[in-house]
Design a protein around this ligand. Structure first.
Ligand code: KPL
Length: 297
């Protein structure tokens, strides 16, 4: 039998992927926090058609992690590096570690600090809602891509089985996803609005500025994007997810830390290192950090 796929992060996306894997006959295991105990729990997925799928899912502490065909990292961006630290010595050098969080920064830092590992990144646009600790609802069918951050490698069979497509230019896709998140997430958090409200005329100017700055910063890294296309992509996603609260708005409302540093913060840091300025992203960064500090008390 094929080796399991390990998932680090048992939130909505982690649970959705675990259930999709189990349905395809690929064994998923969830890696918990250090100090947790090994246990098998009953999980439930409510599928897009409303049907329920139940499966038993093994939760393991990091110290019990064994060989797997890939490790999928579905934590928040700011948790990824710390959560991975106890696992890295236990992973074979050939095992792909697929970073699926929003934003950028951890991918580049991890690949630089641990060049002996197989670093991959991915994006997925599925919607998922955690309805109870072991119950997740699939709320929107998305596209799923993964690709190596370095050279070579083949898509792990378990990922192909659940509809991930190989993307050899995953950097471009990460920038496109970063653009969508940098346009939508901070504004929805600051204005406490749903994604669809950003299609209102008063948001056109700030969204246009954010698109233009991001395209210049991307160009400094050799990534060619077009400002009009970035704006159109942001508006299309805002419209397609009109009724949703962005993850950043949800984090602020739930008084959690946000991923602002890996989103607007990444744009500002890269701009600075290239001798550029990104004032609109800088303002969003400062304002969301202030809001976060207020909500975290
Ligand atoms: O990824 C998202 C998020 O909320 O983090 C978007 C695409 C903005 C959908 O809400």
């Amino acid at each position: 039998m094929a080796e399991p796929i390990a998932l680090l992060g048992g939130g909505a996306i982690g649970q959705l992927l675990a259930a999709l894997l189990a349905r395809q006959g690929v064994e998923p295991v969830i890696i918990g926090r250090p100090g947790t105990s090994r246990e098998v729990r009953e999980h439930q997925l409510t599928r897009l058609d409303g049907k329920r799928f139940r499966h038993r899912l093994c939760h393991l502490p990091p110290e019990s992690m064994a060989a797997c065909q890939a490790l999928l990292v579905t934590t928040k961006a700011y948790q990824a590096e710390q959560a991975l630290t106890p696992l890295l010595p236990r992973l074979c050098p050939q095992t792909p570690i697929v970073l699926l969080h929003n934003g950028m920064g951890p991918q580049q830092r991890l690949a630089q600090r641990h060049p002996d590992k197989q670093w991959w990144a991915g994006t997925l646009t599925d919607g998922a809602l955690r309805e109870a600790p072991c119950s997740v609802r699939h709320t929107g069918l998305g596209q799923r891509f993964a690709g190596p951050l370095g050279e070579g490698g083949t898509l792990p069979q378990g990922l192909a089985a659940i509809g991930f497509e190989m993307d050899r230019n995953i950097h471009l896709r990460l920038w496109q996803k970063l653009a969508v998140n940098a346009l939508i997430n901070p504004l929805t958090a600051l204005h406490r609005c749903r994604n669809g409200e950003l299609t209102r005329p008063e948001f056109l100017e700030p969204l246009t500025r954010l698109s233009q700055e991001l395209v210049q910063v991307a160009a400094s890294q050799g990534v060619v994007l077009d400002a009009a296309q970035v704006l159109a992509l942001g508006l299309t996603v805002a419209e397609a997810t009109a009724a949703n609260r962005s993850s950043m708005l949800s984090d602020i409302e739930a008084q959690r830390k946000t991923e602002i540093e890996a989103i607007s913060g990444y744009v500002v840091t890269v701009a600075r290192s290239a001798g550029l300025e990104a004032p609109a992203h800088h303002d969003n960064l400062q304002q969301v950090l202030a809001l976060e500090a207020q909500s975290l008390g």
